[in-house]
Design a protein around this ligand. Structure first.
Ligand code: 5GP
Length: 192
């Protein structure tokens, strides 16, 4: 069966959002999943575009009514993927790109084992990651430290993924990622 759910995970600051935004522009029929979160919006982020920013109560209600295909607590906030979005998008014949954490990747692999393909974007090293997090200028020192601590844990989990792509250079990593997904979607040569 062709892969239809492309899960991209990476430590914060590894360049994953940039890569995902480029992918949905360049690959036809692949749609980015917009998650719900209880995290407050960062400067410039828009509700319904970057995330659905919802309250803690709304999030709990969605968990209770089984509206998430997966959800997780990441850096002390809740994040979840809409089950309805996944089902509707697949029904319409499109593939889905999901920018979610390693817990979400593991959950989706269990829920949709045939359809999921998981990709881990690895930073060249932790120093490079710290530099990117700081240059982004959007997070406080406490948050940066929390994200760096999580990154160490996440890097140890990378081997569970179907593919690890090293983001030593954004352009090179992007080409590798794009070709891999196109191949899995059978848009170039088909390997399955
Ligand atoms: P940020 O707050 O920097 O946008 O995202 C923090 C982390 O949460 C990132 O690793 C991101 O991939 C992850 N994330 C975003 N949406 C979801 C989701 O729906 N489910 C899960 N499990 N993780 C998510």
């Amino acid at each position: 069966m062709h892969k239809k759910l492309f899960v991209i995970s990476a430590p914060s600051g590894a360049g994953k959002t940039t890569l995902c935004l480029k992918l949905i522009k360049d690959i036809p029929h692949i749609i980015l999943s917009i998650s719900s979160t209880t995290r407050p919006p960062r400067r410039g982020e828009k509700d319904g575009v970057d995330y659905f920013f919802i309250s803690h109560d709304e999030f709990q209600n969605k968990i209770k009514t089984h509206q998430f295909a997966e959800w997780a607590i990441v850096h002390s906030n809740y994040y979840g993927t809409s089950k309805k979005f996944i089902e509707d998008t697949l029904k319409n014949g499109n593939a889905i790109l999901l920018d979610i954490d390693i817990q979400g990747a593991a959950s989706l692999r269990k829920v949709y084992p045939e359809l999921s393909y998981t990709i881990f974007i690895a930073p060249p090293n932790l120093q490079a990651l710290e530099k990117r997090l700081r240059s982004r200028g959007t997070d406080s020192e406490t948050i940066i430290q929390k994200r760096l601590k999580n990154a160490t844990k996440e890097l140890q989990e990378a081997k569970q993924f179907d593919k690890i792509i090293l983001n030593d250079n954004l352009e090179r990593a992007y080409l590798e990622l794009k070709n891999l997904i196109k191949e899995k979607l059978c848009l170039n040569k088909c390997t399955e």
